[in-house]
Structures are given as structure tokens and as C-alpha cells.
Design a protein around this ligand. Sequence first.
Ligand code: ATP
Length: 268
Amino acid sequence: AREPEVGTLGRPGVTLADVGGLADVKKRLNQSFLMQMRNPELRATFGKSLRGGLVLWGPPGCGKTFIARAVAGELGASFYEVGLADVLDMYIGSSERNLRSIFDAARRNRPCVLFFDELDALGQKRAQLRGAGAMRGVVNQMLAELDGASTDNEGLFVLAATNHPWDVDSALLRPGRFDRTVLVLPPDREAREAIFSLHLRSRPMDRVDVGQLAKATDGYSGADIALVCEQATESAMEESMAAGQVRPITAQHLRDAVASVRPSIGEW
Ligand code: ATP
């Protein structure tokens, strides 16, 4: 397939099994996307089309992007990640054109999970926008692409993430568009344990009690935990380098890393 001009296109190797915790989220995703993709006969029987839109919302660093990537991995679909800067352009009409070519690239690469980060900024409530601002055109173009009146969106799954769903234009959330919303909460103790295990697997490890780590990391997001694991890994590598032989990651490395990484989740 032809590469798009903006954003990142890839074929993720991750699946939902790589996502720690979030059992409810996985269940919802299964119902809304994965099941219909895996059961073409059932889909035909029920006359269900293979497409969909979904908003993931919740605090930063808790796995929204990661989940979107895993959905693509599960579907064996390509994953096309688009940020705000890939769409917005200061010249009149350019943002709309960018958006159109993004959707075209996604359609060329079907089955495709097209993922928009920061939907609140991209799809701001039009009523909140002053005058005929450029963003109004972007929302309208987004609506046109999602509706696919003149185009075929079969095999196109459009996912978006936001920390502020209440700022998203309600027209974008209507049936046939981003009509499902899934809350991605900070990881509870069990989920944190899973995230630690996931991020430490296949690395040289001493005996480490991940349950203990999970207990000590209340308020840490998945991204915080990933950072803790990276720091502990770097410490072990440093020691290995000095020792001239592989030194595994120890509980102490991890405790030190936990102490140096601040939890990023406040009140939620
Ligand atoms: P933001 O709103 O800041 O973009 P996000 O919710 O999209 O945040 P991600 O970018 O998906 O967060 O998460 C950052 C990283 O944290 C991931 O790449 C992954 O390594 C790790 N991570 C977060 N949540 C989980 C999880 N539930 N399981 C495993 N890893 C996770």
C-alpha cells in the first residue's frame, strides 16, 4: 500500500493480551469490533457492516493509544495514528484537505484502525468556536468522512482518544460516527501487577514480587509503571556493564525506580 503523507502507519504486533487489566474495556471492544471481524458468517446473517467508531476517554498515560494499537493487532489490521499536528494547518482549507487525505490513506490500507489522538482539540464543539473559525471546517470534514456518504468505509475502524469528552462536538458522537464511548481508568492493583509483569517479561530478572510493587504504586498510570520498568532496566544494564557480565533486574532496582518516578494520577 502507498504510504500516507502524515502520521504513522504500521502493523502492530501487540494484542489485547499485552494490555494489563481493563477487563471491562476489553469486553466492550470485543462486542463492538472484534467479534464482528472474526465471524464473517454471523455478520452476514445479521447484516452487520464491518466498520465502527469509538472514543476512548480517561486520564493520560492509562493506555488509550496502546489499546487502539492492540485492537489493530487483534484484527490483523493496519494501524494509522494521527496527531493534531498532522491535521491542522494555518492555511484556509488545508486542514480539511489533510483530513481528507488521511481518511483516503486509511481506506487504501483497509482493514485499518485509524486513530486520532486529542479528539477534544480536533473535534471541538462548534458552538464554542468563535466566528467561522478554521476548526468548524475541520469538524464538518470529519463528519463527512465518517458518514462516508460518497465513500465506502467498510473495513475502516475509527478510534479516538480524549481526556475531555465533554469538549467534543456532539455531532461527532451520533450514531454511525464515534457512537461508542469507553472509559479507560487508571490501573487498579491487579492491573498494575499485570502491567509490571508485561513490561518486565523476557528481561533478565532476579526473584521479584510484582504483587508488592503493585501495592506500592497506587496512583501510578500504566505509563508511569512503564517508566519505572525502563529505569530499573537501565540500572541493571549499567551494573552489568561495570561487572562485565549480565546482572539481572532486582527488587532493589525496581524499588529505587518507584521512588524516583512520581505518580501522575491525581484525583479521578
Ligand atoms: P495519553 O492520553 O497521554 O496519550 P494514553 O492513555 O494514550 O495517554 P498510552 O500512550 O497508551 O496512554 O500509554 C503509554 C504507555 O504506557 C504505553 O505505551 C504502555 O507502555 C504503557 N501502558 C499504559 N497502560 C497500560 C496497560 N494497561 N497495560 C500495559 N501497558 C500500559
